[in-house]
Write a protein that binds this ligand. Structure first.
Ligand code: SF4
Length: 288
């Protein structure tokens, strides 16, 4: 795109972002199926958008892959769910604008620096960036570091982390084969959930990490991660185990290992979800 046209589109996007329109556009349903199971959860399509941003994008010659307007007939809503499950289509116009050309982990880490962008910096010991392979086909995303993670500077190293490691190994993988990170990179006090402003401030770093890795599958662990990635406020039980698109990767949400420590009976549900991931990645379960 020519630079002046790009600048005009980006100005519109900033204007839209100031109005907090991003989630509105992200939540619109795709013209293509996004659920890969035989239990679709997509809702009927809304009317094509005629927003100033869409008009500006068209005037600027934005490619059809960035179109905000669905062009094909709507899939029928599932009988299983009466309400739509919003999801983040990849890439939306906003996300495409967010993407940083030739981005790297080093650049992201340098950008984070000794971050004080949100209030979580006050009580942290270490920024917990993420761990694992930058070429991972599978990325696990949790909500935020706990006490052990804060001390060590590595995600999922406490009791829940040990369970996650067991889950990874049961899939026939090693911890170093995957990438593990969180929605926020500093420990929330008293292990509370990250708050909305903290998530909004920190999650762009997560999105950049995902854009650099470009995994085949993202597994969102727990409500906070899945709601952040799918831009929804619906409970995880509504969409757990279903497939979605996220920035070019397949995304599945399952329960957080910490939840499994409190509710061991849910392990079988999580194992079913992980088996779906294994199917997509062509993995065989670890032999005992
Ligand atoms: Fe910065 Fe993220 Fe830590 Fe907040 S949680 S201080 S945005 S690194």
């Amino acid at each position: 795109m020519e630079s002046d046209k790009r600048a005009r589109v980006e100005a519109w996007l900033r204007y839209g972002a100031d109005l907090e329109l991003g989630p509105y556009y992200r939540n619109r349903v795709s013209s293509s199926p996004v659920v890969y199971t035989n239990q679709p959860v997509v809702a009927p399509l809304a009317e094509p958008l005629q927003s100033p941003i869409a008009v500006a994008a068209r005037a600027a010659g934005t490619s059809s892959s960035l179109s905000l307007s669905p062009t094909t007939p709507a899939p029928k809503a599932s009988a299983r769910f009466s309400a739509p499950v919003p999801f983040a289509q990849a890439p939306s116009l906003f996300e495409a604008s967010d993407r940083i050309k030739d981005d790297t982990f080093q650049l992201i880490r340098e950008t984070i620096g000794d971050c004080t962008r949100c209030k979580l910096h006050k009580a942290r010991t270490n920024i917990v960036f993420g761990v694992g392979s930058m070429k991972a086909k599978l990325v696990f995303v949790g909500e935020g570091p706990g006490h052990d993670e804060d001390i060590k500077g590595e995600p999922f190293v406490g009791r829940a982390g040990k369970l996650l490691t067991q889950m990874i190994e049961a899939m026939g993988l090693r911890r170093e084969d995957v990438y593990i990170c969180n929605v926020v990179k500093c420990r929330p006090p008293e292990n509370r959930l990250p708050e909305k402003d903290e998530i909004t401030t920190c999650s762009p770093f997560l999105f950049r990490q995902i854009d650099v890795i470009r995994p085949k599958v993202i597994c969102a662990l727990g409500s906070c991660a899945s709601q952040t990635l799918l831009q929804t406020t619906q409970g995880i039980s509504r969409f757990r185990g279903e497939w979605f698109d996220f920035r070019g990767s397949k995304l599945i949400a399952t329960y957080h290992p910490a939840y499994l420590l409190r509710n061991p009976s849910a392990k079988s549900e999580v194992w079913k979800d992980l088996q779906k991931v294994m199917g997509v990645l062509g993995l065989q379960p670890k032999r005992k």
